[in-house]
Design a binder for this molecule. Structure first.
Ligand SMILES: [Zn+2]
Length: 248
């Protein structure tokens, strides 16, 4: 499915602000933590923005971001990329519809890869984003080579998220704002399923219920509303510089 969320006219400066803001906000929400990364495809180029290996997720600036090509080489910037840069390279190479990728290591969500026969199901309404399934990549390794990146992209297939066994998560979207919103909902859904399962037999959303919700759902409006909320929250808390005027 080709996504049309990315306005397409965003220049590199605006995308830099979005990627840095998304990282800072995911960190503040305790989804990102001390490792993990957000990337965004640069329009019209086989290249993307990503933070460096060492830069703190709590202090990232727009100027800190590197430009990397799909082979993981740094083409602009003076630092080394994250060891798992190949996760981003190979998903962006394989999936032209994907404009932004998040990789993080949320402990509670990772629990769903650790129990035999257990599957992360869409249980909350906004989790219908993953009605096509949430595959689990069987190899827990850090995605630190092109071959490991290609294997992970193959597991993802045409889905919008995956779990890496005993390791973490990947979420993909058609824009950075949508990536933030999807990442929040992805973790919310896992937490809801964990809590519901502790109380009794889980009732997942049926295929018909997911279809009905998707039919009525205005994804673009929802993404815009939540992006505005989280950017506003970030500004109020002093996380996001006021001069990042391209965010809203
Ligand atoms: Zn990882």
């Amino acid at each position: 499915m080709v996504e049309t969320e990315m306005p397409g006219s965003l220049d590199e400066a605006a995308l830099r602000q979005q990627v840095a803001a998304c990282t800072l906000l995911l960190n503040d929400l305790e989804i990102m933590g001390y490792s993990g990364h957000v990337s965004a495809r640069l329009p019209g180029r086989d290249a993307f923005l990503i933070q460096s290996f060492d830069q703190s997720r709590a202090e990232l600036t727009a100027a800190d971001l590197l430009v990397c090509d799909f082979d993981g080489r740094v083409v602009a910037g003076n630092d080394r990329p994250p060891a798992e840069v190949y996760l981003h390279c190979e998903i962006l190479r394989a999936r032209p519809d994907v404009q932004a990728v998040a990789h993080f290591h949320d402990d509670l969500t990772t629990v769903f890869t650790m129990v035999e026969g257990l599957t992360l199901l869409p249980i909350k309404n906004h989790a219908v984003r993953w009605a096509d399934g949430i595959p689990t990549h069987p190899d827990p390794s850090h995605v630190a080579s092109p071959a490991l990146g290609r294997a992970l992209a193959a597991t993802l297939g045409s889905c919008h998220a995956l779990l890496i066994r005993a390791h973490g998560q990947v979420v993909t979207a058609g824009s950075v704002p949508a990536l933030l919103v999807d990442s929040v909902h992805f973790v919310e859904n896992a937490r809801a399923l964990y809590q519901a399962a502790a109380l009794g037999r889980v009732i997942p959303l049926s295929a018909a219920e997911m279809e009905a919700f998707q039919r009525e759902f205005k994804r673009d409006k929802h993404v815009a509303k939540l992006w505005k909320y989280y950017v506003g929250r970030g500004r109020a808390r002093g996380l996001l510089p006021k001069e990042w005027s391209a965010l809203l």
